[in-house]
Design a protein around this ligand. Structure first.
Ligand code: NAP
Length: 314
């Protein structure tokens, strides 16, 4: 059993440091609750891995994803948020104060705000796992530079796939977007930009069945789902953007999840456990925007403030 890091009981602990977690931290800090943020492995969350955000109000020229994450962090820190750069390994939500264990510490907290976000889905095809970091990637911002003047494939037809495909054209000689239908899911603006980019081409109605390569990705086996024809495509890298799965495995024993695995919350971010709130993509399978996550984080913090005030008042 790990040692208890602090004997004290926190008023509020926030699990995760994306837009939801950092906005919750800002609001809780300004109410002088001295929130403790357990950052998780991806400090800043998915937004920090995004090249540019153009739909967060207040930045008419767009803002770098990591820059926005830094600004969120600074803002929360300014009012007294504390950060623990670690990962929750286990939680006990059976009674209050709740317990959160990292590898070496245990924390106690009267309330919790879960903002653990979501992780990229995998294709789960032969070759994918073996070649991660050797041509298979889930983050263009992290790995795009390694593919200078190379030919890459992007799998997916949503906003992420097109945004990342456009970003990759800064480095690569060509991007082939492979989509399983003949109609993109992405918004109209991104579709327009991608379709007029001369470095981007599309393979429609097709799925990647296997990724081949010994030292690095060499070829993809692609099947056309309409005529069942299988073909081989020589390629240097494959970037996979086929949606996300919520990071809820730690909580499923205690919190109600919906049929897709997202934490069920009411319109005020309350979960089924009193004192536990959830915000951002871990509890939102529909909107999943920086602004909606930030808004949910603020709501969760306000609900924590109300709950703690009521409890003191009683
Ligand atoms: P998404 O919208 O769920 O799109 C996933 C894409 O992957 C879809 O085109 C889907 O095909 C395809 N796909 C899913 N499973 C697949 C599989 N096994 N094999 C092949 N293709 C598969 O995910 P996302 O693009 O990551 O976006 C997530 C959320 O973030 C969305 O709400 C999006 O609007 C938002 N987002 C917004 C922006 C922006 O506003 N600039 C940028 C990025 C993300 P089908 O279309 O056939 O289902």
């Amino acid at each position: 059993m790990p040692e208890r890091a602090r004997q004290k009981i926190e008023s509020v602990m926030i699990l995760g440091s994306g837009p939801a977690g950092l906005s919750a931290a800002l609001y809780a800090a300004r109410a002088e609750l001295h929130p403790l943020v357990l950052t998780g492995t991806e400090v800043g969350g998915q937004v920090a891995l995004t090249d540019k955000i153009e739909n967060y109000p207040g930045f008419p020229d767009g803002v770098g994803g990591s820059e926005l994450a830094n600004l969120f962090t600074k803002n929360a820190e300014k009012f007294g948020t504390r950060f623990e750069y670690d990962l929750a390994m286990e939680v006990d939500l059976s009674s209050r104060p709740f317990k959160v264990r990292t590898y070496s510490k245990e924390f106690l907290s009267k309330t919790l705000i879960v903002t653990t976000g979501a992780s990229p889905n995998k294709l789960n095809i032969p070759g994918e796992d073996n070649l991660i970091g050797r041509g298979v990637s889930y983050c263009a911002t992290c790995d795009g530079w390694f593919f200078k003047d190379k030919k890459v494939v992007v799998v997916g037809g949503g906003d992420s796939a097109l945004e990342e495909a456009i970003f990759l054209t800064r480095f690569v000689s060509s991007v082939t977007v492979i989509h399983r239908r003949d109609e993109l899911r992405a918004g109209a603006l991104l579709q327009k930009r991608a379709k007029k980019n001369s470095k981007i081409n599309f393979i429609w109605d097709s799925v990647v069945e296997e990724i081949h390569g010994s030292e690095a990705v060499g070829t993809l086996l692609i099947k056309n789902v309409k005529n069942e024809k299988v073909s081989e495509l020589p390629i240097d890298g494959v970037f996979i953007f086929i949606g996300h799965k919520p990071n809820t495995s730690l909580f499923k024993q205690y919190l109600d999840l919906d049929d897709k695995g997202y934490i069920k919350v009411d319109s005020h971010t309350h979960t089924n456990v009193k004192g536990v709130f959830a915000a951002g993509e871990v509890a939102d399978s529909i909107y999943r925007q920086v602004i909606t996550s930030a808004g949910m984080g603020a709501v969760a913090a306000i609900e924590v403030i109300r709950l703690l005030d009521n409890e003191v008042g009683n």
